[in-house]
Design a protein around this ligand. Structure first.
Ligand code: SAH
Length: 361
């Protein structure tokens, strides 16, 4: 059924196709070694969908540079996200990689890139998974290389770094502003939750900027190539607790940590989470608890719903508020804004919270 719908969508898209005529700025010479008639210059076979981020990279020099920066070693398994018509794929296939797997959402592109690999005589080391890169399970890979649709940059990076995958590097072409935020340090104007989370588990560096003129059709923004290198182990922090913690801190990143954590709504929510965490872990008995209005209890407690938490006495809330304030004072971070605090300081604060029974998950 799903397949039929995709095929219908693809046929309709082809019917509506217009011929894209390259302008002087976007026309590029093709590199015959990467597929003669199926070269990187866009021939307007079908309509490109901007909402799907379909901006093909057509400058051979930039494509070559990305493949070089990817530093593929002999025998590597390469993962590419959003191969499009295969301009980058052709270079990855021509590298020393043992195999290249691409994940592509558009059936027309799946067909195009499959044909491209065949035309290059490299189909034996190529596989394409038709689907949404955010949803599908990736095969094992050593390096990820991609000019990705910018709309999925955040969820894709989160999936790569916080999913079950072990890989050496991800070399990604990203929207320039997004790339600047990703490599930002605490105190920089662009520093945000994503940067803090990525820094926890990986080293990130900017490799080069790429002009919007190198794409067809031309997007509104320039791009930057970024290398993300996972560090392997993350000492001294529970990653899911960290992710929940930074969500709270950076939710209001222009307030001081004291202002964020003294809000009654926040204190009550943390108290609720902390009690639930203790209960899920088989901790202390909490006595009767009221039903919360979300109707959800993700640790799967009693059938009668008696383990749901929502209302607390003023005393309970006040005592918990003291614990929260105590952790902030001990960390000497009360007056600081989250976007100016290093990950080491945030890690220490999280430990102080957890030691006092304040949980974020
Ligand atoms: N890498 C190619 C194409 C880039 S355009 C090049 O550099 O020329 C982005 C590609 O990603 C398109 O082919 C688009 O169909 C695909 N795409 C968009 N959203 C996707 C998703 N969620 N999962 C996988 N592919 C996606």
């Amino acid at each position: 059924m799903k397949r039929a719908v995709s095929a219908l969508w693809a046929r309709r898209a082809v019917r509506q196709a217009y011929l894209y005529t390259p302008t002087a700025a976007t026309a590029t010479s093709s590199s015959p070694e990467f597929g003669a008639s199926t070269s990187e210059a866009w021939d307007g076979r079908f309509r490109l969908h901007k909402p799907r981020g379909q901006h093909l990279l057509t400058n051979p020099r930039v494509l070559d540079a990305i493949a070089r920066h990817a530093a593929i070693s002999p025998g590597d398994a390469v993962l590419e996200v959003g191969p499009g018509t295969g301009n980058l794929t052709a270079r990855l296939l021509a590298s020393q990689a043992a195999r290249v797997t691409a994940v592509e959402i558009d059936p027309r592109m799946v067909e195009a890139v499959t044909a491209r690999a065949a035309a290059l005589g490299l189909a034996h080391k190529f596989k394409v998974i038709a689907g949404d890169a955010v949803e599908v399970e990736f095969p094992e890979f050593d390096v990820c290389v991609a000019n990705i649709p910018y709309g999925i940059s955040s969820p894709l990076i989160a999936k790569l770094l916080f999913g079950p995958y072990r890989f050496r590097t991800a070399t990604l072409l990203l929207q320039k502003e997004f790339a600047r935020r990703l490599v930002a340090a605490p105190g920089d104007g662009e520093y945000n939750r994503l940067a803090a989370n990525v820094r926890l588990v990986a080293d990130v560096r900017l490799l080069m900027d790429v002009s919007k003129r190198d794409f067809v059709p031309m997007p509104r923004v320039d791009s930057s190539l970024v290398e993300i290198r996972p560090r392997g182990t993350v000492p001294g922090v529970d990653v899911s607790e960290w992710l929940a913690f930074t969500r709270v801190c950076f939710g209001q990143k222009n307030k001081t940590l004291a202002a964020i954590f003294k809000q009654k709504r926040m204190v009550v929510e943390l108290l609720r989470r902390s009690l639930r965490t203790e209960r899920c872990a088989g901790g202390v008995s909490l006595g009767p608890l009221e039903v919360d209005d979300s109707g959800e209890d993700d640790c799967g407690g009693n059938d009668d719903g008696s383990n749901r938490v929502v209302g607390f006495s003023e005393e309970e809330v006040a005592a918990f508020k003291e614990k929260v304030a105590g952790a902030l004072d001990t960390a000497e971070l009360a007056g600081k804004r989250p976007s100016k605090v290093s990950n080491d300081e945030l890690k220490r604060l999280l430990r102080l919270f957890n030691d006092r029974g304040v949980r974020f998950q």
